[in-house]
Ligand binder design. Structure first.
Ligand SMILES: NCc1[nH]cc(CCC(=O)O)c1CC(=O)O
Length: 321
């Protein structure tokens, strides 16, 4: 008599930060995976990351490498969780040994958005008064907006989305610049007064996309993740991340991008700006979408030839002080 004994499929453990946005994103991934693999169990485990615990310190002062990802990565390497869902924007371009970017899901609108205090209802960046106080914690947004709107006053803001919106509504700011994608995912699209055009603000690398990280030596998980990969988003984000990696910048340097897929081609625009908004270097490359990473490297080299490295060196020196 012979019988085939198959051990029951293991429960797949998904790690997430505890913020409202992180949870919405993680439960969305869980649901997508469940749709593709109805017979498998996917369970969510939440963890606080260093970035969640130091909400009162300016992001640009503490550096950003892995601020929102490290604890989840340790969890994966210790076999406590099998994959981690991140806002791709928060995932460093160099991952710890043993971990890989397993898949990239379909992107929301990657643009930045203008969110106004009620008293400015109906206004846009062009029509906000001189001296308007704009809240942002991102050097990228700061540098680009200063470049285009030197007459505004810029003020750092921290905290999760609800905290920030509370500060805006309480009158501490005239407007905030936030990712349109985060507001959309939290069902707060009605707070977006203007989707900022890419001519004014190039978005962060990976903005609006989710990146799922897992162990490189776990073929089962890598295979499971293939079902929810969105290939055009992945190609765009691979080009953006190669550009950032080549310039050796994190999320907290004024580097912005825009990507577009047209037929087989990928169009990548990138910029590096001075923090005070006095200069901004920007260029565009086009090539086969299948060569996404090479395009990112090419654009980085192009911007370097135009002085991007000097700007970045200046910024690194300032941040370290
Ligand atoms: N750094 C914080 C962060 N990480 C991801 C998002 C929003 C969603 C996204 O860009 O995918 C935000 C907030 C913001 O920039 O307004």
């Amino acid at each position: 008599m012979s019988s085939t004994v198959t051990s029951p499929a293991r429960t797949i453990r998904i790690g997430s930060r505890k913020s409202q946005l992180a949870l919405v994103q993680t439960y969305w991934v869980q649901e997508q995976l469940h749709k593709h693999y109805p017979d498998r169990d996917f369970e969510v485990q939440t963890m606080s990351t260093h970035g969640d615990k130091i909400l009162d310190v300016a992001l640009s002062k503490i550096g950003d490498k892995g601020l929102f990802t490290k604890e989840l990565e340790v969890g994966m390497l210790n076999q406590e969780i099998d994959l981690a869902v991140h806002s791709l924007k928060d995932l460093p371009t160099a991952l710890p040994e043993g971990l890989v970017l397993g898949c990239v899901t379909e992107r929301e609108n990657p643009a930045d958005a203008l969110v106004l205090h009620a008293k400015h209802q109906g206004k846009q960046l062009d029509t906000l008064p001189e001296g308007a106080v704009i809240g942002t914690s991102s050097l990228r947004r700061l540098a680009q907006l200063r470049y285009h709107f030197p007459h505004f006053t810029f003020k750092d803001i921290r905290g999760n989305l609800n905290t920030r919106l509370g500060k805006l509504d309480a009158g501490e700011f005239d407007a905030l610049i936030l990712a349109a994608a985060g507001l959309k995912r939290l069902d707060m699209s009605d707070r977006i007064h203007q989707v900022i055009p890419s001519e004014i603000s190039l978005h962060a690398v990976g903005q609006g996309a989710l990146g799922i990280e897992c162990r490189g030596d776990d073929p089962e998980i890598l295979d499971v993740l293939k079902a929810i990969e969105h290939s055009p988003t992945a190609q765009r984000c691979y080009a953006e991340r190669a550009f950032l990696r080549e310039l050796e910048g994190g999320c907290q340097v004024p580097i912005g991008v825009n990507t577009e897929i047209k037929g087989n081609n990928l169009i990548l625009t990138g910029m590096v700006a001075r923090l005070d908004g006095t200069s901004l270097i920007k260029d565009t490359v086009t090539g086969e979408a299948t060569e996404a990473e090479a395009l990112g490297v090419e654009l980085a080299q192009l911007l370097r030839q135009q002085g991007a490295q000097e700007i970045l060196d200046e910024i690194f020196a300032q941040i370290q002080r």
